[in-house]
Design a protein around this ligand. Structure first.
Ligand SMILES: Nc1ncnc2c1ncn2[C@@H]1O[C@H](COP(=O)(O)OP(=O)(O)OP(=O)(O)O)[C@@H](O)[C@H]1O
Ligand SMILES: [Mg+2]
Length: 510
């Protein structure tokens, strides 16, 4: 038994939105000097619970105590006054301002002494190990740097209870490691840290304890040193889940997309793809590996007609062997050939879906080819929306609920589901499981396999090497916009692919 008074104690918290019970009688606590993970499927109520601690929502019933005293938190300002700061999934920074200007935004005294403020920002950065230039403008920053600004912003306001909502969903493995070092420093500094993540290896690596929610209810709390991925998953889902990915044999693979000597430059004139050549076959999953910004985005966009190319060719090959060049074709015409792109962006609501529209209307934003759906073809956008909802188990009060009301992971299922429902012949997908819980991630892997078995040429850009190694038939490794090599998914390993990601050729066998 731990007899210390917790930094935070939430007791019997219930919160409903109309008919949706987001949290029901939830009690959790956290100590100072502790890192706590919050784990649960998409829509299980994690963000809602933390939003009540950070003053975004008020509970319908229940109490919150800070250092043993009952408190009333009615706004984020109240929360910060109690030392509680939350870093949300969607950042709220002003692009044209510098890091420091954003950090002190809203604070009266600092407005007049930006130099002193930027000195304090530097102090905070060196104390916790952040890599941040206080004078850099936000529009020049990577997502990871923007996240750093958000974290420093709450530390600047002296928060000592920090909540991070899926901070690693948009980070590369290297950036995640850096963030974890910072969190460890916070822990040493006796801060209480609550982190929401769907990645079980991260839960095990970074946190002391994990609290599990299921359908809005508290299920249990485990010491991470005493548990494992399987136990956590089973508790989270409520039944046993097999944690392995199938890899059926490729089905009659035939070249479907052939890329020859493709070179693409960014608007600024930087070479993003450098003389890239490969073939994507029908009935096969081609995995694309690479550290972030190695040309993955440009590659998928070039095939989709969204990216002007400098030299080279992209050919679409019909089942009967006829070929057509996609160069200079309109993106809609390419889509009509059955080339479908689902790119899950860092900001899930930023691209592809319209938050204010409901699922049905979002389906209408995509033209569907009749009668060839994976799902029962109900013919209408409403039918497609129903199929996506049923097949991907999208948790939503109804098809007419605006998409932005859904939990983060559910928003994403709508995005991926819509592309698959269009019955593509080529499915280009990037970061398909970003922000998805483990169960839904496996549902997506199954869907990719189903697509492959239907003869679709699947091109799967992924961040998680372990998954690529289990799922893909072949893996194309990009390194700085060049093809570092193409390896057999069944024969390679993490070290080989990892080294090819950072060094051209990487000493690979092929
Ligand atoms: N403002 C809102 N209005 C209506 N319903 C909401 C609102 N916010 C959350 N919900 C609903 O409450 C439930 C819990 O959502 P919440 O965002 O807390 O889940 P989560 O565990 O954070 O999921 P994810 O892992 O997908 O981010 C969901 O069914 C969601 O649709
Ligand atoms: Mg959430």
């Amino acid at each position: 038994m731990d007899n210390r008074i917790p930094a935070v104690q939430m007791r019997g918290i219930t919160k409903t939105f109309g008919k949706v019970v987001a949290n029901h009688d939830v009690s959790i606590d956290i100590q100072r000097g502790e890192i706590l993970s919050l784990l649960g499927e998409n829509g299980s109520g994690k963000t809602t619970l933390m939003n009540m601690l950070s003053g975004i929502y008020c509970p319908d019933s229940g109490q919150i105590e800070v250092d043993g005293k009952e408190v009333s938190i009615r706004s984020p300002k109240d929360a910060l006054g109690l030392g509680i700061g939350m870093i949300h999934q969607h950042y709220k920074l002003v692009d044209v301002m510098t890091a420091t200007e954003n950090i002190v935004l809203g604070l009266k005294e600092e407005k007049y002494d930006l130099k002193a403020a930027s000195g304090r920002v530097r102090d905070i950065c060196s104390r916790y190990g952040f890599d941040l230039n206080p004078d850099q403008k936000v529009y020049d920053m990577t997502v990871s740097q923007k996240q750093t600004v958000e974290i420093v912003k709450v530390l600047y306001r002296k928060a000592d209870i920090l909540i991070l909502d899926e901070p690693t969903a948009v980070l590369t493995p290297q950036e995640t490691e850096k963030l974890f070092d910072v969190l460890r420093n916070m822990k040493k500094d006796n801060k209480a840290v609550i982190i929401i993540t769907h990645k079980l290896n991260e839960v095990l690596e970074i946190s002391d304890r994990v609290d599990i929610l299921r359908a809005g209810e508290f299920i249990g709390s485990l010491k991470t040193s005493e548990t494992n991925a399987q136990e956590m998953t089973d508790m989270m889902v409520g039944h046993s889940v097999a944690l392995n990915i199938d890899r059926p044999d490729p089905v009659d693979p035939k070249p479907r997309i052939r890329i020859s000597n493709l070179t693409v430059r960014s608007e600024e004139g930087l070479v993003k793809l450098d003389n890239v050549s490969f073939t994507a076959n029908s009935g096969e999953i081609l995995g694309i590996a690479g550290i972030s910004n190695s040309g993955q985005k440009e590659l998928l966009e070039a095939i989709s007609g969204l990216q002007p190319i400098e030299t080279g060719d992209i050919a679409y090959i019909y089942p009967d062997g006829r070929e057509v060049s996609l160069i200079g074709k309109d993106p809609l015409d390419i889509q009509r050939l059955g080339v479908s792109l689902s790119f899950v962006p860092e900001d899930r609501l930023g691209m592809g879906l319209v938050g204010n529209m409901d699922m049905t209307d979002n389906m209408m934003l995509r033209s569907f080819r009749k009668g060839r759906g994976v799902f029962v073809d109900r013919g209408t956008p409403k039918g497609v929306a129903m199929d996506v909802k049923d097949n991907l188990e999208v948790v939503t009060p109804g098809l007419s609920t605006p998409v932005r009301r859904l939990s983060g992971g559910n928003v994403q299922k709508v995005l991926v589901g819509r592309e698959i429902a269009s019955a593509p012949s080529v499915l280009l997908t990037a970061y398909a499981v970003r922000g998805l819980d483990i169960n839904s991630s496996y549902a997506i892997y199954d869907l990719m396999n189903q697509q492959k078995q239907r003869g679709v040429a699947v091109v799967y850009v992924g961040e998680d090497l372990d998954v690529l190694l289990e799922l893909a038939d072949r893996i194309l490794v990009l390194c700085g916009g060049k093809v570092s090599g193409i390896v057999d998914g069944r024969k390679t390993n993490k070290y080989e692919v990892g080294s090819m990601m950072t060094t051209l050729g990487g000493g690979a066998a092929t």
